[in-house]
Ligand binder design. Structure first.
Ligand SMILES: NC(=O)c1ccc[n+]([C@@H]2O[C@H](COP(=O)([O-])OP(=O)(O)OC[C@H]3O[C@@H](n4cnc5c(N)ncnc54)[C@H](OP(=O)(O)O)[C@@H]3O)[C@@H](O)[C@H]2O)c1
Length: 284
């Protein structure tokens, strides 16, 4: 029987993957500062503990979701970002290789500079912010494992508004407070449903394809356009969102880091709903 470790299982994507696994696998979800019943506490500041937890438990598969994923936080906390996103990824890769496990590393479209989209799996990464650089270093560590899969994904949201880390939940709370949101209408985004990405990751683990693969919905929006769509579906007026320029503070963001998904589509993986398809189902 497969034995699967999911790091970051207390997070948005790792939690969704955990919920979608089935009884054909023996699954262990790991967390750090957000302990939950049934989750293994794994602190990346203790590399020996992480290594031992992997090597002594007979994992055949690892999905490495845990990361610091807020680019502005990464800019302000480069040492913590390096520890979590880079050094811990190296430790996990070494341990995965030692036990000959399949390592699936979750990465990001922010490994590209955003100047020449769309980006295919063979395009050379060129990150422009601390977060993107750290995730690329995590990819490079993961690529040392014989049996590795690197899944690059764009900005995520969930249609289930129960999760406070979900961008849609944040928008819903602000609309309910009566606020009008002034949001970036310049930076291009391809918002993708976390639920669909979780299905795609579990599907890809079962496939023969190894190496890098891009997974994304293909509807072009901006933060502003996405929030306006959400406002309308949640019963508020479109005027609750006002177009604004890209923020001038925080770390740089790629202008348009669209990733090409022809390879994923050629494998006939689960459908990635566009926000236009998915948002009508958004619920609290
Ligand atoms: N969300 C997005 O829009 C997006 C877009 C592109 C790529 N990604 C990638 O997708 C993956 C999952 O993202 P997400 O949105 O699910 O992230 P998230 O909700 O912020 O969850 C992050 C997870 O990492 C764990 N973690 C953080 N620091 C840790 C440490 N020191 N030791 C052990 N675990 C630690 C957290 O555990 P605790 O909470 O228990 O501390 C949490 O489970 C990440 O690799 C991210 O780079 C995300």
């Amino acid at each position: 029987m497969k034995k699967l470790l999911i790091t970051g299982a207390s997070g948005m994507l790792g939690g969704e993957i955990l919920r979608r696994t089935n009884a054909s696998m023996n699954v262990v979800g790991a967390c750090h500062r957000s302990p939950r019943e049934g989750l293994l506490q794994l602190d990346f500041e203790r590399p020996d503990h992480v290594k031992a937890a992997i090597q002594e438990s007979g994992f055949t598969h690892i999905i490495h979701c845990a990361a610091i994923r807020d680019p502005d936080y990464c800019l302000k906390h480069p040492e913590e970002t390096d520890m979590v996103n880079v050094r811990a990824s190296r430790v996990i890769a070494e341990a995965a290789q030692a036990v000959k496990a399949v390592l699936c590393y979750i990465s990001t479209d922010y490994v590209f500079d955003g100047n020449n989209p769309p980006y295919s799996e063979s395009d050379a990464p060129c990150p422009i912010n601390v977060y993107g650089k750290s995730k690329l270093a995590g990819e490079q560590a993961s690529a040392t494992v014989d049996n590795h899969l690197i899944v690059r994904i764009p900005a995520l949201y969930r249609t289930d508004l129960g999760d406070s880390a979900n961008v849609l939940t944040k928008f819903a709370g602000l609309f309910a407070d009566g606020q009008t949101l002034h949001l970036d209408a310049e930076t291009v985004r391809y918002y993708t449903r976390t639920e669909d990405v979780a299905d795609a990751v579990l599907f890809l683990l079962e496939q023969k394809h190894r190496g890098v693969i891009h997974v994304s919905a293909d509807e072009q929006t901006t933060k502003s356009a996405f929030a306006r769509m959400a406002a309308v579906h949640l019963g508020y007026g479109p005027d609750r969102v006002v177009d604004a320029p890209s923020p001038s503070t925080g770390d740089a963001r790629p202008h348009n880091s669209r990733i090409d998904t022809a390879l994923y589509r050629s494998l006939s993986g689960p459908h990635m709903q566009s926000p236009s398809e998915a948002l009508p189902a958004a619920s609290t």
